[in-house]
Design a protein around this ligand. Structure first.
Ligand SMILES: [Fe+2]
Ligand SMILES: [Fe+2]
Length: 149
């Protein structure tokens, strides 16, 4: 059976309206698409694991980026959001450690789908919650700048 071919297509539905964050999320989507491409192309185990590790590293950097911005925005739910980030990293590590057998197609396909689901769900359910804090912060910076002589 041919593995399912899917691709995350970036659209406004995935945008949180914050350019720096959208850029990070677009990179996520690209790395996930590349992982799935390597699975569809029946890449070597080492290659699939390498691409998964890239996603974990990228997710770690992106989560740290968001958490730095939370301080600037005074986002009230920063702690619970950071705890969710930590859980996602744990989940990605467990997916990586389950990818242990060469050409275990069903396992690899399921890994790709799980990663896609975890990260897209996080953007749509959790990341959208901080947009209001971002907007309030941006407006207060703009107001402050207008007051400058
Ligand atoms: Fe995010
Ligand atoms: Fe997040």
């Amino acid at each position: 059976m041919e593995p399912p071919i899917w691709k995350i297509e970036w659209s406004d539905a995935l945008s949180v309206g914050i350019p720096a964050i959208d850029e990070d999320h677009k990179r996520f989507a690209r790395l996930i698409n590349e992982l799935n491409r390597s699975i569809v192309d029946r890449a070597e185990l080492a290659e699939v694991r390498r691409r998964l590790q890239l996603i974990i590293d990228d997710a770690g950097q992106h989560f740290a980026h968001e958490e730095r911005l939370f301080k600037d925005w005074m986002y009230p739910d920063s702690e619970s959001h950071a705890a969710i980030h930590a859980r996602i990293i744990g989940k990605l590590h467990s997916i990586l450690s389950n990818i242990a057998y060469p050409h275990h197609e069903a396992q690899w396909i399921s890994a790709g789908l799980q990663i896609k689901a975890v990260l897209i769900e996080h953007i749509l359910k959790e990341d959208v919650k901080y947009t209001q804090s971002y907007r309030i912060h941006r407006e207060s910076v703009a107001t402050h700048l207008l007051r400058l002589p």
